[in-house]
Write a protein that binds this ligand. Structure first.
Ligand SMILES: N[C@@H](CCC(=O)N[C@@H](CS)C(=O)NCC(=O)O)C(=O)O
Length: 144
């Protein structure tokens, strides 16, 4: 009913449309993010900076599901136009960029810049940007 402190857009409230849209996003992914596979169990939960609609973060969430890895999800939704600028462009064009959303502020303090996905693994001390690097890391560290 509410998103970002405001009433959700009407189209989000039509349930069948919502479900159909969610299913159509998953169809081309076939069974990715669905099947569980054997993996190493981490002692501590991982941490993922993400937002739901990010296609890059989705790949990471799929892999975390497949590897059965527990993680804390830090949602980095956008709340100002500067958040929409692609990370490499933003670094070049907006050097006074200052995030306002709380998880973005935390990510900026932690990593010095903002792009999602960003993975923190307290078990190994690894902290990574770039979905492809994160997928490789998860496979190498926790895959069997
Ligand atoms: N090559 C990067 C691309 C990451 C990327 O462009 N992420 C977008 C979200 S889909 C982003 O961080 N946009 C800026 C923002 O939301 O502040 C990857 O594969 O992880």
């Amino acid at each position: 009913r509410e998103y970002g402190g405001r009433p959700a857009p009407r189209r989000w409230l039509i349930r069948s449309l919502r479900t159909a849209a969610a299913v159509s996003a998953s169809l081309p992914r076939a069974s990715r993010g669905l099947r569980a596979q054997d993996s190493q169990v981490p002692e501590q939960a991982l941490e993922l900076y993400s937002f739901e609609a990010s296609p890059f973060a989705r790949l990471v969430r799929e892999r975390l599901t497949e590897l059965q890895l527990p993680y804390l999800l830090r949602q980095c939704g956008r709340d100002q136009w500067q958040d929409w600028v692609l990370p490499p462009l933003r670094r070049r064009l907006l050097d006074d960029y200052a995030p306002r959303q709380r998880n973005r502020i935390a990510l900026m303090e932690r990593a010095g810049r903002i792009a999602v996905p960003y993975l923190v693994d307290p078990n190994t001390g690894a902290e990574l940007f770039e979905s492809a690097d994160i997928l490789d890391y998860l496979d190498q560290t926790y895959g069997r």
